[in-house]
Design a binder for this molecule. Structure first.
Ligand SMILES: Cc1cc2nc3c(=O)[nH]c(=O)nc-3n(C[C@H](O)[C@H](O)[C@H](O)COP(=O)(O)OP(=O)(O)OC[C@H]3O[C@@H](n4cnc5c(N)ncnc54)[C@H](O)[C@@H]3O)c2cc1C
Length: 456
């Protein structure tokens, strides 16, 4: 055990070396503060995790910037000169870039049928928007979608019931992918902030290049698991499995799932302004399955393959990410209740199940995959889920309230603390900037920050 008893020592201890923690630490260090970052894992990046063991990058955590227009994160990536690839259906749109749609009878839909499907979803979304606006506190996303679909069923020129069922499934899957939650657990306003402005992009060299570049030169102590944060008269004491650290202030950036699990004890206990949001907000599960095939069996030029209706009950969307490795690769997701159940299965069973669904669409010509990558974020002790969502009974306000600060000593950052864009890398980045601004007591010039980082 080492003891880093500092008075003086560090001005700020940052707990967690994900995007939010690294960003805040870098801004604080640039402003002359003595900062140490304590990270439980043996790597930085947190939920930005690029596996490069196979000789090409596989993003097991975040992949996308969901909309580059007016995005500070996009400006950062540009300033750093990090290459990106346009890939615009990452946020579960019905249309947009070409999608190979399969109907409820596993028949490939024509271009006209796909266009009609996109138009039907848009109509249902307009009805849904009206129902959300008219909803009452306590209404779930399931309540408002059912009301919207009931309304569509009653129209004089109603869609046929099978189509309405397909839209119902689509809404359910959208909540699973965007929030990692069951539609009945999400608040009616849970997707209010889900607008995508501009193209979406992915990172052919791996998304974790971003936190890696920002972290260069910082004092990051890896494999330091924090288990207690104690406020004292003259600062804060942070206990880890490798000794204790003291500083004037602490910035906590561990995921909401870790806070909910009580893996870190706070003494004195957190006030209800922060403890309440931790209790009320939800932590969803969203897992990735990459299947790499010996040869390509699907059409050229499609961004995604999507199965509507019953055949797509579990495995409904496949994203063609072959451009990253140069090998035929599909990425599919298991999220919400199915994502949790999947974590208990053996990898072979998961692949067999996903493969059977793909063969239902493309026939027996679908070969066995040559390689696969499977995540289990819900079982990860340093994440305990994938990202936060607005559970019924919580609100957007809870996200921002979670940032504290508590007596200007205990600050919080991370995707779950950023109400305007939770569950994203962009939200984590913005929350890290806000925390640094609060600690420094001054607004920061992000364009200058990005430019400084780009020069290194
Ligand atoms: C599968 C998946 C796909 C995603 N896809 C996208 C996407 O395409 N686009 C997008 O914008 N977002 C996506 N996200 C969300 C995005 O990854 C996160 O919102 C963002 O990376 C969170 O950053 P953060 O700094 O808030 O938290 P984290 O990155 O989780 O950082 C927190 C850090 O705290 C550390 N920590 C935890 N407990 C302790 C402890 N006791 N002591 C010390 N350290 C501890 C963790 O190890 C971690 O490094 C995805 C997430 C997942 C899981």
């Amino acid at each position: 055990m080492t003891t880093d008893r500092t008075a003086p020592g560090h001005d700020v201890i940052v707990i967690g070396a994900g995007m939010s923690g690294i960003t805040a630490a870098r801004l604080l260090a640039d402003a002359g503060r003595r900062v140490v970052v304590l990270e439980a894992r043996d790597r930085i990046g947190g939920r930005m995790h690029t596996d490069r063991d196979a000789g090409f990058p596989v993003d097991l955590g975040a992949s996308w910037i969901h909309g580059i227009t007016d995005s500070r994160l996009w400006e950062l990536a540009q300033a750093l000169g990090v290459p990106t690839l346009e890939f615009t259906v990452g946020s579960f749109q019905a249309g947009g870039r070409p999608i190979a749609d399969f109907d409820g009878d596993t028949r490939r839909m024509t271009a006209d049928a796909s266009a009609q499907w996109t138009a039907d979803v848009a109509e249902a979304d307009r009805a849904l928007e009206r129902e959300i606006a008219a909803s009452s506190p306590g209404d779930t996303y399931l309540d408002v979608t059912e009301r919207a679909l009931d309304g569509l069923e009653r129209l004089p020129e109603a869609m046929d019931p099978e189509r309405i069922d397909e839209i119902r499934e689509f809404f359910r899957h959208r909540v699973e992918e965007q929030c990692g939650a069951w539609i009945g657990d999400l608040d009616a306003h849970g997707l209010d902030e889900d607008a995508i402005e501009g193209d979406e992009v992915i990172f052919p060299r791996g998304y974790d290049e971003l936190p890696g570049r920002i972290a260069a030169g910082l004092d990051v102590r890896l494999e330091h698991v924090v288990n207690a944060v104690e406020r004292e008269d003259d600062g804060v004491r942070v206990r880890t499995d490798h000794g204790e650290f003291r500083a004037g202030r602490v910035l906590v950036t561990v995921p909401l799932g870790v806070l909910k699990a009580g893996s870190i004890t706070f003494d004195p206990a957190l006030p209800d302004e922060v403890a309440g949001p931790i209790r009320r907000l939800g932590m969803g599960v969203f897992n990735k399955i990459f299947l790499q095939f010996p040869e390509r069996f699907w059409e050229d030029g499609v961004y995604a393959i999507r199965a509507l209706g019953e055949p797509g009950e579990h495995w409904h969307s496949w994203y063609d990410v072959s451009a990253i490795s140069g090998r035929p690769t599909l990425l599919t997701f298991a999220a919400g209740p199915f994502g949790r159940r999947m974590q208990d299965l053996h990898d072979d069973d998961i692949v067999a199940d996903a493969l059977a669904a793909l063969r239902g669409l493309y026939g027996e010509q679908v070969p066995a995959p040559a390689a696969r990558w499977i995540t289990r974020w819900g079982e990860d002790p340093f994440s305990r889920g994938s990202y936060s969502y607005i559970a019924t009974g919580s609100s957007h306000h809870d996200h921002d309230a979670l940032s504290g600060p508590v007596e200007d000593v205990l600050h919080f950052a991370g995707e779950a603390t950023w109400g305007a864009e939770p569950a994203t890398v962009g939200g984590a980045y913005a929350s890290g900037v806000r925390a640094a601004e609060r600690i420094l007591g001054t607004p920061l010039d992000l364009a200058a920050f990005a430019e400084r980082r780009g020069r290194r």
